[in-house]
Design a binder for this molecule. Structure first.
Ligand SMILES: Cc1cc2nc3c(=O)[nH]c(=O)nc-3n(C[C@H](O)[C@H](O)[C@H](O)COP(=O)(O)O)c2cc1C
Length: 280
C-alpha cells in the first residue's frame, strides 16, 4: 500500500519505516557497538596488504547512508589505488605539509601535535592500499543548492570510519594543509571541495599508536542542562541555513588557506596525551 505526504500542494511518495532489530535490548546493543568503536584508532603506519574493491564499496555505501541537509547528499568519495596517482597525492601532500611544519603552524599548534609524532613525511599515502579522498559539494551536480554541507559530510565520514573499523581495517583521518591540490590531482570539478584524505588498509606489522586518554563520559555528557529559559540568540544561532562550513573554532595556519580548504589536525583534538584510559 502506498503512502503520501503533502507539501506545497504536491504529493510525495512515502513508505513504511522499517525498523532495525538489533536482536538484543537497547542497552546491550548500544554497549556492544561502543565496545567495537572503542577499539578504533588512527593508524599512521600501514601494511601494503591489499583490500578488495568490494570492501571499499561496502564502506562507502555505509557512508552514503548518512543523513544530510534536505537530503542533498553533498559528498563524493574518490577511491584511489593506482600507485602513480597515490604517489602524486603523496608528493603534493608532502609539499604542503613541509610548509605547514616549517612555517604555517604556530608554536602552540606544533606543541599540540608533538605527542602524535606526526611530521611532513607521509609514506602512508603510498603504502596504504587505498586512499579515499572525501569531497564536500558546494552545489549539487546539477548546480542546485546544498544545505549544512559540512555537517552532512562530517556525519558521512563518521559512518565511513565506523564501517572501515567494523570491517577490521584501519584508517587515518588526514588533513594536509591546504588540500586544494586534491581537486587538481584527482581531476575533480569545481563544485567539489577537498574535505579529508583517508588512507585505508591494514596496520603495518608492529604498528604502534600514541597513548591517548579519551574524555570520561562525565566530561562529554550533560543531562538536562539549563533552566529552560531561552538564551539570547547569538548571531551564529540566527544565521540563515546555508552551506555549513562552520570551522570558526579552528585557527588558520599562516598564511590562511584558500576558503573552503581545511587545516591539518591538531586543533580539534584538544585532549592531552596522558595514559590509556577506557572512558565508560
Ligand atoms: C578532522 C581531523 C583531522 C585530522 N588530521 C590529521 C592529520 O592531518 N594527520 C594525522 O596524523 N592525524 C590526523 N587526525 C587524527 C587525530 O590526530 C586523531 O584522531 C587523534 O589524535 C585521536 O586519536 P585516535 O583517532 O587514535 O583516537 C585528524 C583527526 C580529525 C578528526
Amino acid at each position: 500500500m502506498g503512502f503520501s505526504g503533502q507539501c506545497f500542494g504536491m504529493e510525495y511518495p512515502h513508505e513504511r519505516f522499517v525498523a532495525f532489530e538489533p536482536g538484543a535490548g537497547p542497552e546491550a546493543a548500544a554497549r556492544a557497538f561502543y565496545e567495537v568503536m572503542s577499539l578504533r584508532r588512527s593508524v599512521r603506519a600501514f601494511s601494503d596488504r591489499t583490500v578488495s574493491r568490494e570492501t571499499i564499496e561496502w564502506c562507502v555505501r555505509a557512508a552514503g547512508c548518512a543523513p544530510s541537509g534536505a537530503h542533498k547528499q553533498p559528498w563524493r568519495f574518490v577511491a584511489v589505488d593506482e600507485p602513480q596517482l597515490k604517489r602524486r597525492v603523496r608528493e603534493a601532500a608532502e609539499h604542503e605539509e613541509r610548509e605547514f611544519y616549517a612555517r604555517r603552524a604556530n608554536a602552540k599548534w606544533l606543541e599540540d601535535l608533538a605527542a602524535l609524532e606526526t611530521g611532513p613525511d607521509k609514506a602512508f599515502l603510498e603504502t596504504a592500499p587505498w586512499l579515499i579522498a572525501v569531497f564536500r559539494l558546494s552545489s549539487t551536480d546539477a548546480g542546485g543548492q546544498v544545505y549544512y554541507a559540512s555537517e552532512s559530510v562530517g556525519i558521512a565520514v563518521g559512518f565511513l570510519l565506523a564501517a572501515i573499523h567494523h570491517a577490521g581495517l584501519v584508517a587515518l583521518t588526514h588533513t594536509p594543509s591546504p588540500m586544494g591540490f586534491l581537486r587538481d590531482v584527482l581531476g575533480r570539478p569545481s563544485n567539489e571541495r577537498a574535505y579529508l584524505l583517508i588512507p585505508v588498509g591494514y596496520p603495518a606489522k608492529g604498528c604502534t599508536v600514541p597513548t591517548l586518554a579519551r574524555k570520561h563520559l562525565d566530561e562529554i555528557l550533560v543531562w538536562n542542562a539549563g533552566d529552560g529559559t531561552p538564551s539570547v540568540p547569538t548571531r551564529r544561532d540566527t544565521s540563515p541555513v546555508g552551506d555549513g562550513g562552520g570551522d570558526e573554532d579552528t585557527p588558520s595556519p599562516q598564511p590562511s588557506p584558500p576558503a573552503g580548504e581545511r587545516e591539518p589536525e591538531g586543533t580539534r583534538g584538544r585532549g592531552v596525551m596522558i595514559r590509556r584510559r577506557v572512558g565508560v
